[in-house]
Design a protein around this ligand. Structure first.
Ligand code: G4P
Length: 525
């Protein structure tokens, strides 16, 4: 099997963080090491957002935040790296969740002063559900921050994963002198300089007097104490534990100063998984299989509002995707040929002839694809694992232009297929309810319905707390529940029963009163 080489070279991952922890800066520095961009530090983080990620959408330009996820591929040594960018803005968490289904591993960026923040915690839940291996980068060591041991404790507790430091800082903030690389037994001295990559000092081991000369005796002694403590407290690092998502290696550094980034990258390419087998409903699909298969994890609307063309982002799971071959779109059963598939290399998209497992291929889409669709060489495969989470905000959507009902319905349907938000239809009054994770999504939907479909809508408040997918082994109990709660029952896009609880208390009471009903907060159970 000739593509084993190609597969083992690939590292497809996402960088996730709470907004402002330094994800964009770190991404930029990784691109720099890959030669995908040439100026470090001097490039403002917001500028890179515009150039390194796509800005096809008008709205994205308007608001200056990255609405959609994109892919940055580059070569680093013998490796082909694909970074799947995840929108940092908290309103777009849905998008981010979905992107995590297409990666083989994750790097989490944490701000040393702020520790684990809400967004990070949520994203880690998704990683845990999928057993995704994670590496943690504690950032902004050049600023005053928390004690590194405290940070490690917090990471373990908040992210519910064992950690193992692979580098260790010598002081923090104004006194920050560098990091000791536990993984490679080397010392990296910090020189605050945003333009250049810092050189490292070779040392024999932790007792090497070079360390005393480099950082002073007192700090060298402290470092030795810390390392002794770490070695005593944390078990030796085993790559397999990381791959099994049992242990998260931790690195310290400063993305802005390109400090500790190369060490992170070098360790990452060595230990991070190449494309992993993917579970389909029918069977497990190995990347090394000869026949092509892949799934759509993201649909990105085109900027041109006049004709609705999109790009579907397909993760190649097995075989080789080839331009102009005929592939089966499993949901519709139809065959399609793609003459202009695009690869994503750093800042540009280009037409590509062959795409290997782990890579992402962009397919022009005139409305054939939905999130989660599978394409194959003919086999009926349905890839699992694109959960919907209960939205946090809900509104009724109302048509304000009766002449455009058709356009509005089509627009809603397509935006939901794209995964912009979730649609529920009340079983009680048939009204459409849109659920999002943030206020901004309502504005985006309204804007896009108008500009792309010529449909006008307004939002009407509805007080809801959570959407819970319900099921039961006991058909009668299920019917009884639905009858009792008929005013609060809705159907999701797939026609599944959803209980729309209007308060935490109501939900708690329902759970107590109906013990035979299972309440799920994600659509995957
Ligand atoms: P995000 O994508 O996770 O939202 O974070 P981003 O990289 O945009 O970084 C957020 C802010 O933190 C930026 O400052 C960035 O320069 C700063 N930053 C990132 N890494 C470090 C670091 O290692 N040390 C320090 N001191 N700061 C860091 P900003 O003022 O919002 O933007 P800019 O004007 O500097 O671009």
């Amino acid at each position: 099997m000739s593509n084993i080489n190609e597969i083992s070279k690939r590292r497809t991952f996402a960088i996730i963080s709470h907004p402002d922890a330094g994800k964009t800066t770190l991404t930029e520095k990784l691109l720099l090491f890959g030669g995908a961009i040439h100026v470090a530090g001097a490039v403002k983080s917001n500028k890179i957002k515009k150039t390194a990620t796509s800005d096809w959408m008008e709205i994205e330009k308007q608001r200056g935040i990255s609405v959609a996820t994109s892919v940055m591929g580059f070569n680093y040594g013998d490796y082909k790296i694909n970074i799947l960018d995840t929108p940092g803005h908290q309103d777009f968490a849905e998008d981010t969740y979905r992107t995590l289904t297409a990666v083989d591993s994750v790097i989490i960026v944490v701000d040393v002063a702020k520790g684990v923040e809400s967004q990070t915690r949520k994203l880690m839940e998704v990683c845990r559900m999928r057993n995704t291996p994670v590496i943690i980068f504690v950032n902004k060591l050049d600023r005053e921050g928390r004690d590194p041991f405290d940070i490690l404790d917090e990471l373990e507790k908040e992210l519910q994963i064992s950690v193992r430091p692979l580098s260790w800082p010598i002081n923090i903030g104004a006194k920050f002198k560098g990091v000791y690389n536990i993984y490679e037994h080397s010392l990296n001295l910090f020189q605050p300089d945003k333009q250049h990559v810092t050189d490292r000092v070779e040392i024999a081991d932790i007792n090497d007097p070079t360390i005393d000369q480099a950082v002073g005796e007192a700090d060298a002694a402290q470092l030795r104490n810390d390392i002794e403590l770490i070695d005593g407290v944390y078990p030796d690092f085993e790559v397999q534990d990381y791959l099994d998502a049992q242990v998260a290696p931790v690195f310290f550094g400063s993305a802005l100063n390109t400090f500790g980034v190369k060490e992170l990258l070098d360790c990452f390419v060595r230990i991070a998984p190449s494309p992993r087998p993917v579970e389909a409903e029918e069977r497990k699909v190995e990347p090394s299989e000869e026949k092509f298969s892949g799934f759509v994890f993201k649909i990105h609307a085109n900027m041109d509002p006049n004709h609705r063309s999109c790009i579907a982002f397909v993760k190649v799971c097995s075989g080789v995707f080839r331009r102009n071959e005929v592939y089966k779109h499993v949901r519709s059963g139809k065959n399609y040929r793609f003459s202009a598939p695009t690869a994503f290399m750093a800042q540009k998209k280009e037409i590509i002839d062959e795409v290997y497992p782990g890579d992402i291929v962009g397919l022009p889409d005139n409305g054939i694809f939905k999130i989660g669709d599978t394409i194959t060489e003919g086999e009926e495969l349905h890839f699992k694992g694109l959960p919907s989470f209960s939205p946090e905000m809900f509104k009724y959507i109302e048509n304000t232009d009766p002449m455009k009902t058709k356009q509005l319905n089509k627009g809603i349907e397509q935006l939901m297929d794209e995964g912009v938000a979730q649609l529920f239809v009340s079983q009680f009054n048939n009204r459409k309810i849109i659920g999002t994770v943030g206020q901004l999504q309502f504005e985006v939907i309204q804007y896009r319905l108008l500009h792309e479909y010529g449909a006008q809508c307004r939002w009407e408040p509805i007080h809801l707390y959570k959407a819970c997918w319900i099921e039961s082994d006991d058909e009668q109990a299920l019917e009884a529940f639905k009858k009792r709660k008929y005013q609060f029952m809705a159907l999701d896009k797939e026609g599944r029963d959803v209980f729309m609880a209007d308060s935490g208390y109501v939900l708690q009471m329902a759970q107590q009163d109906f013990p035979k009903i299972k309440f799920h907060f994600t659509s995957e159970f």
